[in-house]
Structures are given as C-alpha cells and as structure tokens.
Write a protein that binds this ligand. Structure first.
Ligand code: SF4
Ligand code: SF4
Length: 94
C-alpha cells in the first residue's frame, strides 16, 4: 500500500469521525419521535438502536414503535435511515 492510498484512507476516516461529531453536536438538544400513524411495527429501528431507546408496543391502533427511554437517545439518526415508512423524526427535547 503506497503513501497516497494511506493518506487518502486517513482523510476519509477523519472526515467520517468529524461528520459524526458534527451531527451529534447539531442534534444535541433533539430526541427521536415516532409518527405512529406511519409506523408498520417492523422493528428495524428497534434492532438498529444500540442505545436501546426504542421498543415496539401493541395497543388499540396495532403494533408500533415507541420511545421507551428518551433520556438515552443520542439523536444519532441511525434508526431514521432504517425506517422505510418515514415514521421517525428528530424533534426538539421538551
Ligand atoms: S436517534 Fe440514535 S440513539 Fe436515538 S433512538 Fe435513534 S438510533 Fe437510538
Ligand atoms: S422502522 Fe419505522 S416502521 Fe419499522 S418499527 Fe421503526 S418506526 Fe415503525
């Protein structure tokens, strides 16, 4: 592996790190919110969240995701990209 390739990989890695840090800083006062009417209860977001913020619940409207531990949400957005139904969004913490 030559020097140019190593430098390029290093730059990409640093950009990835800084991108993640910037995203966390920008969303520091936000928390995940479930739009229940759009949620299909597929659990893709639940499985993706490494902070264990989300869970699925069943009520009179059916099975849907719910924000069980909002205090643990890092507003990373990882669950957002997994939802095919556009049922998640980041909102300001109240
Ligand atoms: S935004 Fe991140 S921490 Fe919050 S629920 Fe989604 S995956 Fe979990
Ligand atoms: S990924 Fe979307 S549709 Fe699936 S449970 Fe989560 S919020 Fe609901």
């Amino acid at each position: 592996m030559n020097v140019t390739v190593c430098i390029s990989i290093g730059i990409v890695f640093l950009l990835w790190i800084f991108g993640n840090l910037y995203r966390r800083w920008k969303n520091r006062n936000k928390v995940i919110y479930v739009i229940e009417s759009k949620c299909a209860g597929c659990r893709r977001c639940v499985q993706r969240c490494s902070h264990h913020v989300l869970e699925t619940v069943e009520d009179e409207t059916g099975i849907h995701a719910a924000v069980k531990y909002p205090g643990k949400c890092a507003a990373c957005g990882n669950c957002l990209v997994k939802c095919k139904f556009n049922a998640l969004k980041l909102v300001e913490r109240s």
